[in-house]
Design a protein around this ligand. Structure first.
Ligand SMILES: *[C@@H]1O[C@H](CO)[C@@H](O)[C@H](O)[C@H]1NC(C)=O
Ligand SMILES: *[C@@H]1O[C@H](CO)[C@@H](O)[C@H](O)[C@H]1NC(C)=O
Ligand SMILES: *[C@@H]1O[C@H](CO)[C@@H](O)[C@H](O)[C@H]1NC(C)=O
Ligand SMILES: *[C@@H]1O[C@H](CO)[C@@H](O)[C@H](O)[C@H]1NC(C)=O
Ligand SMILES: *[C@@H]1O[C@H](CO)[C@@H](O)[C@H](O)[C@H]1NC(C)=O
Length: 313
């Protein structure tokens, strides 16, 4: 397994591996799809494994309860999710390091060992074979998926997302036969919050597809998934993009701050001008039109200021 670190470090033909996000409601059929992909991947000579968040983070599916207001829970859950990605990262860095040494208390180590067992076992003919991590969680916010994208980019891996589109009723029907059924309120809350991949809005979500899992999976569905993964493996992300994105974020932040300060100053000036106008006892109609005029000037000024700031390199 030593060779994997070397394989990650440099492959001429495509990526050493691929991180694939499976996203959708509980009981949308993610685990079923995942095991079908693992079989299909083996036929391609890829080493596929499933990363089942439900098993790695005990009772995590229920953590959405409490909503936005329970900030502590939100933060705690976030660190659990990060821990899963850290385990993957650790594995990419050095597959021989065992979990015990990492003292990673946030996830179930036994479940993690079980999950990567097949990657480290002798069942694969070659360490050179591309690996495929199928991340099985709900991933209902883009920010959750973006963390996976960042990890893939850091290691120049392929990245893709599969959205399992399934109507709430079908999910609820299937839920009853699950070993860990999901409470109805959790399911509704998640359905409300779910933001499926949107490549038009987020360029990093380009490699995404949706499949309708309201009824049984077809051979054609699996073929589409395999084509997507194949394309992701052939087009690894580039770690160099890292920097440009950070710069862009910094630029926006800086512009926002300057515009905010200018806005505050303008408001003070407008307020003073209005007081002065009042002292001259002008009609209320003129007061209103003055307010509108000043307000429009301010909006125009701030708009131009922002544009200028963002144009400056
Ligand atoms: C951890 O995972 C193992 C294997 O999946 C399971 O048997 C065990 O009950 C889990 N432990 C906890 C505390 O959930
Ligand atoms: C899921 O199934 C359990 C057990 O059958 C039930 O208590 C729960 O309300 C169901 N949840 C949904 C969303 O239907
Ligand atoms: C998904 O498939 C089901 C059953 O085949 C169908 O009723 C439903 O309209 C489909 N949904 C979408 C969004 O295509
Ligand atoms: C879906 O698959 C199940 C189990 O394999 C089968 O019993 C059922 O008839 C299938 N449904 C359809 C619509 O093909
Ligand atoms: C000032 O303009 C903004 C939009 O630019 C508008 O939302 C706001 O209501 C206006 N305020 C006044 C006092 O006219």
């Amino acid at each position: 397994m030593r060779d994997m670190a070397a394989a990650v470090a440099g492959r001429a033909d495509g990526a050493a591996g691929c991180l694939c996000v499976l996203c959708g409601l509980p009981a949308a059929g993610k685990s079923t799809l995942a095991s079908r992909i693992v079989c299909a991947a083996a036929e391609q000579g890829w080493r596929g494994i499933v990363v089942p968040y439900d098993n790695l983070i005990p009772e995590h599916a229920f953590r959405i309860k409490g909503g936005e207001d329970s900030q502590d829970m939100h933060t705690e859950w976030k660190s659990h999710r990060r821990a899963v990605l850290q385990c993957i990262q650790q594995f990419l860095e050095d597959p021989d390091v065992r979990m015990e040494q990492q003292s990673c208390s946030l996830i179930n180590n036994t479940a993690w060992e079980k999950c990567i067992q097949s990657l480290t076992s002798e069942s694969f003919p070659s360490d050179e074979a591309p690996f495929l991590f199928l991340l099985d969680d709900n991933f209902y916010y883009p920010s959750m998926r973006y963390e996976v994208f960042q990890l893939a980019r850091k290691y120049s891996l392929g990245f893709c997302q599969i959205y399992l589109q399934c109507d709430l009723e079908s999910c609820m029907r299937r839920n009853h036969s699950r070993s860990q059924p999901i409470p109805a309120d959790v399911m509704m809350e998640m359905a409300k919050r779910l933001e499926p991949p949107n490549p038009e809005k987020n360029s990093w979500e380009t490699q995404s597809l949706s499949i309708n899992t309201s009824s049984n999976l077809s051979k054609c569905d699996i073929q589409r998934v395999m084509d997507l993964i194949s394309s992701a493996l052939n087009n690894p992300l580039s770690a160099a993009e890292d920097n440009t994105e950070q710069k862009e974020a910094d630029r926006q932040k800086c512009a926002n701050s300057v515009v905010h300060q200018a806005d505050q100053a303008c408001r003070r000036l407008i307020s003073e001008a209005m007081k002065t106008a009042k002292d001259y006892q002008i009609t209320s109609e003129d007061m209103r039109s003055l307010a509108t005029h000043l307000n429009e000037s301010k909006a125009g000024l701030l708009h131009h200021l922002r544009q200028q700031l963002l144009q400056e390199a």
